[in-house]
Design a protein around this ligand. Structure first.
Ligand code: ZN
Length: 160
């Protein structure tokens, strides 16, 4: 059961960069223009990310589902956050979460031959930090799949 947040792509009126304006007063991560449009439909984005993380953790034992289709910027951001937090839980034993998240996000390949997303690096970092606050407050790390889901996961691995 994958949870796609399905926020429409938001385009900066100045430079046309696509991002999700998840908080009031946010500026375009590319050209720094302040967003003046009505962004009320985007303001629950961080809560929606952590909500999808909880559901994925219960169903898959991790935040990244087996298959994840990226059709929008919100899908893309979800995917990056899932990978970052999966990796952090795997590697990090205690403390220094912010440092870990920051280093992990720095190492993501932001530029390819086809696209240059380097302007998203610090923006995704800020999102990861916002997610981290809720992650710690709501103890998302300690969520475990139910017995039923664990059996289902095992069967899926065994069956052809
Ligand atoms: Zn812009």
């Amino acid at each position: 059961m994958t949870v796609h947040i399905k926020k429409p792509n938001f385009k900066c009126s100045e430079c046309e960069a696509i991002f999700i304006p998840y908080k009031e007063g946010i500026k375009c991560p590319k050209c720094n223009k302040e967003v003046k449009e009505d962004i009320s439909e985007y303001l629950d984005f961080i809560d929606e990310i952590t909500g999808s993380m909880k559901i994925h953790k219960i169903h898959y034992g991790q935040y990244s589902p087996d298959a994840w289709y990226v059709g929008s910027m919100s899908d893309h951001i979800q995917s990056l956050v899932f990978q970052t937090f999966d990796s952090m839980e795997h590697d990090l034993k205690n403390g220094k979460e912010k440092e870990y998240l920051s280093n992990f996000i720095n190492k993501i390949k932001w530029k390819s031959e086809k696209s240059d997303h380097r302007y998203l690096k610090n923006y995704v970092k800020e999102i990861a930090f916002e997610v981290l606050d809720i992650y710690k407050r709501e103890k998302i790390k300690s969520i475990h799949p139910s017995i039923r889901d664990r059996i289902r996961m095992l069967l899926r691995q065994c069956l052809p």
